[in-house]
Design a protein around this ligand. Structure first.
Ligand SMILES: NC(=O)c1ccc[n+]([C@@H]2O[C@H](COP(=O)([O-])OP(=O)(O)OC[C@H]3O[C@@H](n4cnc5c(N)ncnc54)[C@H](O)[C@@H]3O)[C@@H](O)[C@H]2O)c1
Ligand SMILES: O=C(O)C(=O)C[C@@H](O)[C@H](O)[C@H](O)COP(=O)(O)O
Ligand SMILES: [Zn+2]
Length: 374
């Protein structure tokens, strides 16, 4: 048995033919990243990270990469959603070119979802594509953004409107890294965990209701929640990599949530992505109940669970408030799921029974927003 095999890690395969890759979940994956990335055959690894993560985790990663004989370059950007911009993308790409990162090298995204999306996009366009390894350090990134290959940046006109599909070559989800994550960020990531239960796994949602205390405390329940989430996402992505169909289910809560994020101009203080998703999922269930699709009790149960862990469930909870229904609707019209000018919603017939709805009456959606923001 090699040293790498000595520690048990959960391994989830994302089955995408020649673009297939593994997600490894467990302890000390940052400290052993060198050997795992060297096995991909790279000579240089360019680590892209943010200032917060650099201060806490970069030295371990750099040491691990060097110990495996790899040349290391580092690019550090400011933390937060505002780094998903053309300006920061330009800085990252220019730094990678200045360091002469080659096509056979690897970009290592070390950080939360912002870094994963930004560095993944930089890797997608650098020399028309270099490989990317995702080393997610936030809960949100470990359960969602590091998997599936959606990369990109924001536009003032909307969330993630500029980007590319670029699957990683490997995902290293080091559960020890979560020990330094601020509580607000952990909570926000938990919203995306809840999402998998609400989409199609009512039993998982029930387990989360019973186990959220243990998940927040750490230990086996946390690792189980991460692995279950990754398995769920891997299956959806394997079935619909480019979101022509069921992958849109992963957008539950995002049509509303992204509009709220755009309303606060991605400022990262009033609202962060997972909080927007929490409000958006509660809204999607309330809307489904109003349309007579889902039992009102299910909508109330979703709200209760999100509130139990301290997540917001109403647009009115955004500090400073957001614009009116018209402003929110205008953001929603920039959603990538819009088809022939019509909005696509992810609605539900109940917990674990979400579906893609392409025929919602815009007037009904507007009336719902008026009640929500009234
Ligand atoms: N590509 C996808 O499929 C996908 C999926 C979900 C979300 N996203 C995107 O992900 C982004 C949100 O990701 P996020 O919630 O991770 O935000 P983030 O990347 O901003 O990280 C949250 C904060 O936690 C800090 N941080 C990260 N790891 C840490 C650690 N281990 N210890 C201490 N601090 C740490 C970061 O510096 C940052 O301040 C959004 O831009 C969202 O659109 C993308
Ligand atoms: O992977 C997906 O597909 C998702 O929709 C996951 C979402 O949690 C994530 O926030 C994603 O970035 C949203 O995608 P977008 O296409 O609506 O920008
Ligand atoms: Zn999301």
């Amino acid at each position: 048995m090699t040293a790498l095999e000595a520690v048990e890690h959960e391994r989830v395969r994302v089955a995408l033919g020649e673009r297939s890759y593994d997600i490894l979940i467990g302890p000390d994956l940052l400290g052993t990243a060198g050997e795992r990335i060297a096995a991909l055959g790279a000579r240089t690894v360019a680590v892209v990270t943010d200032e917060n993560v650099a201060a806490l985790h970069l030295p371990v990663v750099v040491a691990a990469l060097r110990a495996a004989g790899l040349k290391v370059e580092t690019v550090t950007v400011p933390p937060g959603e505002t780094s998903k911009s053309f300006e920061t993308l330009g800085f990252v790409v220019d730094s990678l070119l200045a360091a002469r990162v080659e096509r056979g090298d690897v970009v290592l995204a070390l950080g939360g979802g912002v870094i994963g999306d930004l560095a993944g996009f930089a890797a997608a366009i650098l020399r028309r594509g270099v490989r990317c390894v995702q080393a997610p350090t936030s809960l949100l990134a470990q359960v969602d953004s590091s998997v599936g290959g959606k990369t990109g940046i924001n536009s003032p006109r909307g969330k993630n409107l500029i980007g590319a599909f670029h699957q990683p070559s490997l995902v290293l989800a080091d559960t020890d890294a979560l020990d330094t994550l601020p509580p607000r960020e952990f909570r926000a990531g938990y919203a995306e965990v809840v999402k998998y239960g609400l989409i199609d796994d009512a039993a998982f949602f029930g387990w989360l209701e019973a186990s959220h205390g243990e998940i927040f405390a750490g230990g086996p329940a946390r690792a189980r929640a991460i692995a279950t989430s990754c398995r769920a996402k891997a299956a959806v992505v394997a079935g619909d990599e480019h979101e022509h169909g069921d992958r849109a289910l992963l957008n539950l809560g995002h049509t509303f949530g992204h509009a709220l994020e755009a309303e606060v101009a991605y400022d990262g203080r009033r609202l962060i992505h997972g909080e927007g998703v929490a409000i958006g999922m509660a809204m999607a269930f309330r809307f489904s109940a109003e349309l007579g699709l889902a039992p009102a009790e299910d909508a109330a149960r979703v709200e209760r669970h999100l509130a139990a862990v301290g997540l917001p469930t109403h647009p009115g909870a955004v500090p400073g408030g957001v614009g009116g229904p018209g402003a929110l609707f205008a953001h929603m019209q920039q959603d990538k799921k819009v088809e022939r000018g019509r909005l696509t919603f992810i609605l539900a017939r109940g917990i674990g029974k979400s579906f893609v709805a392409r025929d919602v009456d815009p007037a009904a959606a507007m009336a719902f927003l008026e009640r929500e923001l009234g």
